[in-house]
Ligand binder design. Sequence first.
Ligand SMILES: [Zn+2]
Ligand SMILES: [Zn+2]
Length: 731
Amino acid sequence: MFLIFDTETTGLPKRDNAPVSEVDNWPRVVQIAWQLHDDNGDLSEHNNLLIQPDGFEVPYSAEKIHGISTERARKHGLPLVEALQQFNESVLKSTFLVGHNIRFDINALGAEFIRSGVATEFLEKKQVCTMRSSTDHLKLPGGRGGKFKPPKLMELYELLFEEQFMEAHNAAADVEATARCFFELLRKKIISPESLELNQEQYSRFISKNQGKIGSYGLEHQSNLEEESEKEVSPTNLSAEPTPEKPVDARFCHLHVHTQYSILDGAASIPEILKKAVDDGMRAVAITDHGNMFGAKEFHAEAAKRGIKPILGCEAYIARRERHSKKDKNQDGFAHIVLLAKNHKGYQNLITMISLGWTEGFYYKPRIDRDLLEKYHEGIICLSACLGGEIPQAIMHRSVEEAEKIALEYQRIFGEDFYLELMRHRTDDPGMNKLVFDDQVFVNRTLLELGGKLGIKCLATNDTHFVNREDAEAHDHLICLNTGKDLDDPTRMKYTRQEWFKTQAEMKEVFSDHPDVLNNTLEVAGKIEQYELNANPVMPYFPLPEGFSNEDEYLKHITYEGASKRYPEITEEVRERIDFELGTIQRMGFPGYFLIVQDFISAAREMGVSVGPGRGSAAGSAVAYCLGITDIDPIRYDLLFERFLNPDRISMPDIDIDFDEDGRDEVLKWVVKKYGHDRVAHIIGPWRPKWPSGMWPGSRSFHCRKPTGLPNWFRNDPAPPLRKLSRKFPV
Ligand SMILES: [Zn+2]
Ligand SMILES: [Zn+2]
């Protein structure tokens, strides 16, 4: 006897590979459906039970998939023990348990047996998984680690029966489809009769009874989503939020904006955003890139130029557990959180947190955590972020109570500087609305309720990723490019195309029923103080060898030591030049800088790493030449020192140094070891593709083949004629 079964649950496990005995890891079961078949494939029993949720709620995201709400399961379900006992009667009659991705159902249901204490042989039964048994046979591309992808039930069904399988949103219908797939796989010997302990005679009997493709068992299954006509509000018909037509009196500014510095998915240039904000009469605008603040300086300077108030912030990643925990992709995942600096103290706290996110909390993303918020919250305004925020995630996947708990925690930390973010990315595409807007509507409703109950203000944002509406297409390509996907890949990451920098009028249209949430953005902008970002440089400290009391003295000593090797005779001219340079370096406070640079360059030479002769304005320094930082004699070639360091124009010296490719890493390690890992940093140099270099990556998402042997005109011509290009990039 084969017991084919399926469950509907409250969601996914925390860890896929946890043992069944860790019952808290596994979701709760809200529906079990099963069919019992004999060795000939004949159906002998079938059943379908809803289970009453006891002590838990069915989260919104699970209800959206299977259509079983908490109320409905309470009304029509059986108590857990009773449902398990009924199921157990069929388990007792069976030899094999059959399911599609059966490991999940075994664990979810197994955990229910353990919780309820109902004695069963369920966990000891032999198992057959239609998903695993068919993976190698179907050879679907795209599995993990270059393996074949395990088929979804729908895919397997369609490949075996060459007919559409409408997703039924009902465990009973899935069981029926699994049963047909299972016996069809057996008929085709993709599942071997031996593995099912069927002897030759039994298998022949099965084949004679099932000459053609396995047909349906004639049972009717109604979709859970349609079943309940009296159902109050189903998630899918929530799209119709009221949006009255009359114009509203409100003002708005953007507090959630991704620029080009959101490396994966930001396409908005900072000057263009600020220009649009100024043209639209906004008084302030925020920058909130993903996990970094690379754009802060540029944004701050551009805003000052245009007379608009900059709000420096970040859409940070907050670790589900804590930032040091990096064991499990699910449990050590992250949620989004928007943090805005209110004043200079807040800015310093914010950059401290974000830096620690990178250096201590990096696990897939740079993650901060609750502990850092507790320590560094001063001067920071916190917003609850998009659907990826902790509170929206709790609302969708867990429960309102949990969301409330998190909101209370944020409120305790940030007080009146904590706001709940409402987003409405409504589109004309029903499929896309189902993915995002419906969820936003559901989440917004709960956020408004929570806000009212806890006294937390709500405000409107638009998750901005590009400047104008018509940039959506280009933004879409950028995402393909950055995720290495093709434009026509159905599984790729897609945005709603509503992520442009909307004007105040456009935002008023979107939130016409809630002028208060628009105006609350101005309240936040009003709390932001203006402050200066520039600070005096903090010069590094160079450990002096014995016998020297300060850096100036030591620098002079080794410069003259070098000079005696570089020049056959230290003439008046050479001495004058060196003394002038040393005086300038000393006055400007840079001796330590020169000492450190010569220190690692001589270390590199000792390690056998090739060092470039020096380039740029540093070649104009005789001190650099004497110290071995450069290899060109500026006196002989009449190169000006003032181009490198000018006492009238205070700026940091900048020496470009080239190490050979292989040795570079060694030198870096040496520097980190000598000066400490907290005193050495890589700096970012953002690359903005120009026409020729952007052409090839940009064409990949269209399946263009890479051209070979690019001619020179292509590299050099800033705009090669399209006709020539299309020959080079065959589609
Ligand atoms: Zn987000
Ligand atoms: Zn965002």
